[in-house]
Design a protein around this ligand. Structure first.
Ligand SMILES: Cc1ncc(COP(=O)(O)O)c(C=O)c1O
Length: 442
């Protein structure tokens, strides 16, 4: 067996086909992480890296939290697994109850999954099943949005709006899916601080789709309140409210995909509360267990859940995963929510947002910076693409920041930051001084 901490040869890197990675490029010059604690990672050589992206938008309470480690270890000792179909275990119910306490009021029920992708597919399936259960089986159309990322299941890529994630599987996408226009409008909104002023009217495109298909054929609209993976797109003022109004007027369910917005990222427990718009379902993952054990969830409103519970006796929803409410994930989730509550992390981003915003907008004027967008503890810096080589400029920034000890994220020509919510102002300054120096070629 090879030693996991020893440097690996090129041939040892071949067995692992890495996800969303340029495998050949990576394997020619690997970037490895071997240890993590608090706000930092360490490379196998012992180089310290400041984590400006919470791993991948998930380690909101910072790395290596003892409470989570102990809860997971103790659960593994007590009971490593319990079947979730027609059986239960206390931690599943306990976690559902804790989640409901921090959720928008009508969302009182939790369906557990193992990832964001599964949460999205689950929410879409619940939406279709709900309309059918209510006698409106013709409501089958799903509406997503351009530049949306909803994971990689067939449901998620169908309602998603990222061309590379759809292109190869184009003929196999779900039928009956439409897309709203995205809300990115740099001509009017570049360098907005917080929510941009322009673009609420883009929600009205939903009216056009309703006129085209008739509401009686439309099941649900799914959007990320803040689109993360396609480069941090903040919703224009009034946009989400408008979507909610139109959905309500036409009996359409509204789903918020909060896989990245959830658990304090915006300054509220969920973006739904932050923006004052309550959807019928919220999809979650990532921060639910602080990234420690894979887990996702769908928060479901009373209205939706009750319809199923008033239906015929027996299994109400033919859906679930072997690892739904996995006891170890539940233990990690309970410990994580405990930390969030005790340390005020679900609202801490609010107190840091002004400092974050100032530091972010100081990047304006750096070479090739064509937009800076921020909300809570989220940042997107958009760079002018190199002609004919989209994404390479931001990738170069990502690599150089890593070489200088700061982990940022690249998505197309956007550099995104989303640090653990335990970040200190001095660490924010370090992130921005490193990013600024790299952008300025210093
Ligand atoms: C908004 C959103 N939805 C869904 C997903 C998919 O989550 P997972 O990678 O856990 O399947 C992601 C992942 O980044 C996401 O950002």
């Amino acid at each position: 067996m090879s030693n996991a901490t020893a440097p690996m040869s090129r041939s040892e890197l071949e067995a692992f086909w890495m996800p969303f990675t340029a495998n050949r490029q990576f394997k020619a010059k690997p970037r490895l992480l071997a240890k993590a604690s608090g706000m930092h990672y360490w490379t196998p050589e012992g180089r310290q890296i400041l984590d400006a992206v919470a791993g991948l938008w998930c380690v909101n309470a910072g790395h290596g939290r003892r409470e989570i480690v102990q809860a997971v270890a103790s659960q593994l000792e007590t009971m490593e697994y319990a079947p979730p179909f027609q059986m239960g275990h206390p931690a599943g119910f306990a976690l559902a109850n804790e989640l409901v306490k921090i959720s928008p009021a009508p969302l009182k029920h939790v369906f557990f999954t193992n990832s964001g992708s599964e949460s999205v597919d689950t929410a879409l399936k619940i939406a279709l099943a709900w309309h059918r259960a209510r006698g409106e089986a013709s409501r089958t159309r799903l509406i997503g949005r351009e530049r949306a990322y909803h994971g990689v299941g067939f449901g998620g890529i169908s309602v998603g709006g990222m061309a590379p994630n759809r292109k190869v599987w184009s003929a196999s996408l779900l039928p009956g899916v439409d897309h709203l226009p995205h809300t990115h409008d740099p001509a009017r909104n570049a360098f907005s601080r917080g929510v941009p002023a322009h673009g609420a009217e883009r929600a009205d495109e939903l009216e056009r789709l309703i006129a085209l298909h008739d509401a009686s054929n439309i099941a649900a609209v799914i959007v990320e309140p803040i689109a993360g993976s396609t480069g941090v797109l903040i919703p224009p003022r009034g946009y989400l409210q408008r979507l909610r109004e139109i959905c309500d007027a036409h009996g359409i369910l509204l789903i918020f995909d909060e896989v990245i917005c959830g658990f304090g990222r915006t300054g509220s427990p969920f973006a739904a509360q932050e923006f004052g718009v309550t959807p019928d379902m919220i999809t979650l993952a990532k921060g639910l267990t602080n990234g420690s054990v894979p887990m996702g969830a769908v928060l479901v409103s009373d209205r939706v859940y009750d319809t199923f519970m008033q239906g015929p006796e027996g299994i109400e929803l033919f859906h679930g995963y072997t690892y739904s409410a996995h006891p170890v994930a539940c233990a990690a989730g309970l410990a994580t929510l405990g930390i969030y509550q005790r340390e005020g992390l679900l609202t801490r981003a609010k107190s840091l947002a002004a400092h974050w915003e100032e530091a972010a907008h100081a990047l304006r004027g750096a070479p090739h910076v064509i937009d800076v967008r921020n909300y809570g503890l989220i940042l997107g810096v958009e760079l002018e693409p190199i002609p004919g080589k989209p994404g390479t400029r931001a990738f170069d920034v990502f690599v150089k920041c890593f070489e200088r000890g700061v982990l940022v994220r690249q998505s197309g020509d956007v550099v995104a930051l989303s640090p653990p919510l335990i970040v200190e102002p001095s660490q924010i300054d370090q992130m921005f001084s490193t990013l600024g120096a790299v952008l300025r070629g210093q």
